[in-house]
Every structure is written in C-alpha cells, then in structure tokens.
Ligand binder design. Structure first.
Ligand SMILES: Cc1cc2nc3c(=O)[nH]c(=O)nc-3n(C[C@H](O)[C@H](O)[C@H](O)COP(=O)(O)OP(=O)(O)OC[C@H]3O[C@@H](n4cnc5c(N)ncnc54)[C@H](O)[C@@H]3O)c2cc1C
Length: 311
C-alpha cells in the first residue's frame, strides 16, 4: 500500500518540488546516487573497480519530451564512454552503461521508437569503441513491448546490447524463453514500477517465485544472465542452480544497486563471483530515489525526516 502511494508520488510535480528542496534529502540522495557530474561517476566507478566489483553507469533522467534533450542525453553517454575509456575503466567491459529508453526519446509522440533507436545506436558505437557494452533498462509496463522491439531491431548490429526483464510482469517467463539464446545478455530484476494486476503479479511471493522460474530458464540457456537482486533467498537459489548446472562463474553475473547491501556485494565478489554495481549519477535523481524508497520501509525514516524538516 505504502509502496503504491510512494510510486504514485513519484509522478507528482508538487511532491517532487517539496522533496527536491528539503535539506535532508541530500543525505538520502548521496547514499544511492554517485553525484551530479561525470567526474563524480568516474570517481565512484574507479573506487568500486578497485574493490573488485564491476560497474554499470546510469545517467539519470527519464520521460524526455523533447528530441534535442534526447540527443543531449545520448551525447552525455558518448562523452562518458570516451572518458571511461581514456581512464582505462572499460577494459573487458569492467564498466558499462545502462540507458533508459525514454531518456533517449522512446516516449516522443509519433517518432519515439525511431529517435530512441538512433540515439541508442550512437551510444552502442561509442561503447564498442571503448570495448564495453550497453544495457537498456526496462521502465514501466507501457514501454515493455517497444523496448523489446528496440532490442530486436538493434541486436543484429550490436549483438551484445543487453536488456532487462522484470519478474513482476505476467508475460516475463515467456520473454525469458525467447531471450535465453546464444550471447543474449539479459538482466533479470523484480520490477520497480506501478502496474495493474492484469499485467503484473499482485503478491510479492508470486513475484519471487516468478524470479526463481525465470532465473532457471536463463541459467539453463546459452545467454549471459545478469541476476539483479539483493534478495538473499534468490541469491541462494541462484547459487544452487549454478552449481547444479556446472555453470562457469564467468558466464553470468550478479548485479546490485549502489548503496544497497554493500557487504553482500563484497562477500560475493570475495567468493569469486562477478558482481556489477548499478551506479546512477546526474541531477535528475528524483524518480530514481522515490523508487528506492518505495522498495524498503526503513528508507522511509530518512525520507519523512527530510519532509518534516521542510515544514
Ligand atoms: C542492477 C539493477 C538494475 C535494475 N534495473 C531495473 C530496471 O531496469 N527496471 C526495473 O523496473 N527495476 C530495476 N531494478 C530494480 C528492481 O526491479 C527492484 O526494484 C530492486 O532491485 C529491489 O528488488 P530486490 O530483488 O532486491 O528484492 P527486494 O525483495 O525488494 O529486496 C530484498 C532485500 O534487499 C534489500 N533492499 C532491496 N532494495 C533496497 C533498497 N532500495 N534500499 C535498501 N535495501 C534494499 C533489503 O535488504 C531487502 O530486504 C534494478 C535492480 C538492480 C539491482
């Protein structure tokens, strides 16, 4: 219930204004976001790599309504990739990038898919030159079909373009079957957006069961599964599936969010697993932050304190 209220709040401009200007909000933001500048992102990536972790960088922003803004986001990614490469941070795909399709134009009326495809192709070219990869984030359920359309359109030219599947959607077990093929890079997560019951599974237990089922499909396939969860039970299931299938540790990876379960990230990496940390940066952090708060009631303590101090 609280989660639904918070996710609804993420769309409210009035709540956005109050939260963005509350003094304590900054403390909450810095836990989950690397900073506002490219230099902040590079510094955090360098630190995480030095700790034996892998990184995917996300330039914050979503729901772009202007083609020039969409092109500017793509240019930011190109510059980021050039700087990462110049600093030696992309070798072997150690640092890659995550891109939200609506940030590069998917939501533009009339020509969204074309604009997004062109911008993503530009980013993929820069990633290839830097020796690394791009993963397309999955946003709310209204964009799933179009996002998977972008993946199938672009993969002939960029076979290592990754995509995300969300276990809370009823359609996802079928999508996993379809996308578990050779070299297919698929990030599996539970899903962080609001969705109606007809489209999404209503109970957390069902979402978890679906995650385990999807993981089984992906780990049995010939692709490269990226298991994005902090859930200890699902990580334990992943480890037993990997052991039973004799899968090499280089043929899949775990992924977690910056600022969430840092000890577990280190523990898995120390045990020989590949662990990639999803690191967002940029000034447009509001929607991302509210989704992180909605995931965990304990995070709300910070949030409510921030709001109170504003009154
Ligand atoms: C690398 C990565 C990429 C993602 N990309 C997408 C995407 O493209 N599209 C999308 O819809 N969603 C994405 N997500 C978010 C995902 O869908 C979930 O909302 C989020 O990961 C929480 O689910 P969980 O599997 O960790 O399980 P949960 O059951 O939510 O959490 C399990 C445990 O993890 C810890 N935890 C989880 N979240 C938090 C938090 N915010 N703060 C503190 N502790 C926490 C808690 O200990 C919790 O008990 C991504 C997640 C990751 C890790």
């Amino acid at each position: 219930m609280l989660r639904q209220v918070l996710l609804a709040a993420s769309a409210s401009q009035r709540v956005r204004r109050v939260v963005s200007t509350a003094p304590l909000t900054r403390d909450v933001v810095t836990r989950f976001v690397a900073g506002e500048t490219t230099a902040d992102a590079l510094a955090v990536a360098q630190r995480l790599l030095a700790d034996g972790l892998l990184v995917t960088l996300d330039y914050l922003g979503e729901d772009t309504v202007d083609p020039e803004q969409a092109a500017a986001v793509a240019s930011e990614y190109v510059t980021l990739l050039e700087r990462l490469c110049a600093d030696g941070l992309t070798a072997g795909g150690r640092t890659e990038v995550s891109v939200k399709p609506t940030a590069v134009g998917l939501g533009l009326v009339g020509h969204g898919a074309k604009t997004a495809a062109e911008n993503i192709a530009r980013i993929c070219v820069a990633a290839r030159a830097a020796g690394t990869t791009v993963t397309l984030d999955m946003e709310d359920h209204t964009h799933v079909e179009a996002t998977l359309g972008l993946v199938s359109e672009l993969r002939p030219d960029f076979p290592d373009l990754g995509c995300v599947l969300q276990s809370y959607l009823r359609r996802t077990p079928g999508d996993c079957e379809a996308l578990a093929g050779d070299r297919s890079r698929v990030r599996l997560c539970k899903g962080a957006y609001r969705a109606p019951d007809g489209v999404a599974l209503p109970a957390r237990s069902e979402v978890d069961r679906s995650f385990a089922r999807c993981m089984r499909t992906l780990l049995a396939g010939a692709g490269y599964p990226m298991l994005a969860t902090h859930d200890p039970r699902l990580i334990a299931i992943a480890q037993s599936l990997v052991a039973a299938g004799g899968r090499d540790a280089s043929s899949y990876e775990y992924q977690m969010l910056y600022g969430v379960r840092r000890d577990e990230q280190q523990r898995l990496a120390a045990g020989g697993e590949q662990v990639r940390v999803y690191v967002p940066y940029g000034s447009d952090w509001y929607g991302y932050l509210v989704r992180r708060l909605a995931e965990r009631p304990a995070n709300l303590t910070f949030f409510l304190r921030a709001l109170r101090s504003r009154q």
